[in-house]
Design a protein around this ligand. Structure first.
Ligand SMILES: [Fe+2]
Length: 247
């Protein structure tokens, strides 16, 4: 009887096999506000593998006021975690890009042609401030495209200053920006308003990719227990297309 209950609970947990690749997380220890130790990183990778992911491209913050992460720092850290995962017998593929905060430093990197770490398909994951809108979002996205990259805006549902003019989201998409939704925005983890906006963006077919944005084990646990399976299984997220693009 107890076994039956346990099995039943297990089958109700979220399976992300059809998503295949996660493109947003903070799994490199000690370089941003994500995981703190290699052991914690390995435990999270193990859990994400059990959710059905085949590949994880982790994306530490590059935000010059707080996290001065360079490609060298990120790539050496990912090698360390990759090797620990291999030693732990994990088979999920691990790679790294970055989540670039649009600041002066990012604009200078773009202008000078410095190396930018990308997701498959030359995609660049960018984020905006949470509290006040940038004056030059559109120009920066245009510069990214002009430089031959494809911008992905991380968690558009979390920028509440867009809520009074939601047509901005359509403009971003029309401008060539892909939008990445956080799985936890489909719960009330970030609040009711963000949850509502996440559903609105999906209803309006504005989202391209689903991401975990996992910073700690608690996030993965909450994703695993998330009850928004319908949105996740019915919406045509494009993540798996990235699995087939060679690095
Ligand atoms: Fe993030």
């Amino acid at each position: 009887m107890l076994n039956w209950l346990f099995d039943r609970k297990k089958t109700e947990e979220l399976n992300l096999d059809h998503i295949g690749i996660d493109i947003h997380s903070h799994l490199l220890p000690g370089i941003d506000d994500g995981v703190e130790t290699v052991e914690e990183a390995v435990a999270m990778v193990r859990k994400m593998q059990s959710l059905g992911y085949k590949k994880l491209v982790t994306t530490p913050h590059v935000m010059w006021d707080c996290y001065r992460n360079t490609p060298e720092i990120i790539l050496s850290k990912v090698e360390q975690v990759r090797s620990a995962c291999r030693d732990a017998g994990l088979v999920v593929e691990l790679a790294a890009a970055a989540e670039y905060f649009i600041d002066e430093h990012f604009n200078e990197m773009l202008a000078s042609g410095e190396t930018i770490l990308t997701l498959p398909g030359n995609r660049v994951l960018v984020e905006l401030p949470y509290s006040t809108p940038l004056m030059n979002t559109s120009e920066t996205l245009f510069s990214i495209i002009e430089r031959g990259y494809q911008p992905i805006l991380a968690h558009p549902e979390r920028y509440t200053y867009f809520y009074s003019t939601p047509e901005v989201y359509r403009k971003l998409v029309d401008q060539g920006c892909e939008l990445q939704l956080n799985i936890l925005s489909l719960t009330t983890y970030y609040g009711e308003n963000i949850n509502r906006m996440a559903e609105w963006l999906l209803k309006n077919n504005l989202i391209t990719f689903l991401g975990t944005d996992a910073h700690k084990m608690q996030h993965i646990d909450m994703i695993q227990r998330s009850n928004r399976k319908n949105w996740i299984s019915d919406y045509p997220f494009q993540n798996t297309k990235l699995l087939n693009i060679p690095e």
